[in-house]
Design a protein around this ligand. Structure first.
Ligand code: S3P
Length: 173
């Protein structure tokens, strides 16, 4: 058995950096179970993320994220794609780093905006503002230090297949 056989792969990074698409590909390449924290929360609540924000508020959503981080932190052999802020909470990061290797996907604000606009399936409540482009820059600034703690992968000009193959190389190093 190789040393990395059971270690979870945890993907973090800002909204629109491709965590879900890359995570799905990675899981399929490695023949692993894929878990997306947003999808899991939606499944369990039976409503969408924007609806959770509307009905219960952001603080309740963050609590759901923390519960899931603790739960997944006990498991092994997963590819986990996390909501954009989940790993910026130190307790969540500690829980998921215990048995996991964390990679942070990075993209420029312009690229993020263009990907988010194309992603009609997932709307982001935090970006439902008059000037999303400006808000992305502000949020990125706020979160930069947090994301900097993790190993980074630049995704601009790369499609999910290329990012996946780069990640696989890094994971196997
Ligand atoms: C959020 C990111 C979203 C989702 C929620 C809040 C954030 O996930 O968890 O809308 O605060 O960055 P994605 O990063 O998958 O878009």
């Amino acid at each position: 058995m190789q040393k990395n056989d059971k270690q979870n792969i945890v993907l973090t990074g800002f909204m629109g950096t491709g965590k879900t698409s890359v995570g799905k590909r990675l899981a399929s390449e490695l023949n692993r179970k894929f878990v997306d924290t947003d999808e899991l929360i939606q499944e369990r609540q039976g409503i969408s993320i924007p609806e959770i924000f509307r009905q219960h508020g952001e603080a309740a959503f963050r609590k759901m994220e923390s519960d899931i981080a603790r739960e997944l932190g006990q498991q092994e052999g997963l590819v986990i794609s996390t909501g954009g802020r989940l790993m910026l909470d130190p307790a969540n990061a500690a829980a998921l780093s215990q048995k996991g290797r964390v990679f942070c996907l990075v993209a420029t604000p312009q690229e993020i905006l263009s990907r988010i606009k194309k992603d009609k399936e997932h709307t982001r409540p935090l970006l439902e503002v008059p000037n999303p482009s400006e808000h992305i820059v502000e949020l990125l600034k706020e979160r930069q230090q947090g994301y900097n703690r993790f190993q980074k992968i630049i995704t601009d000009d790369k499609d999910p297949a290329e990012v996946t193959s780069h990640l696989l190389d890094m994971f196997r190093e």
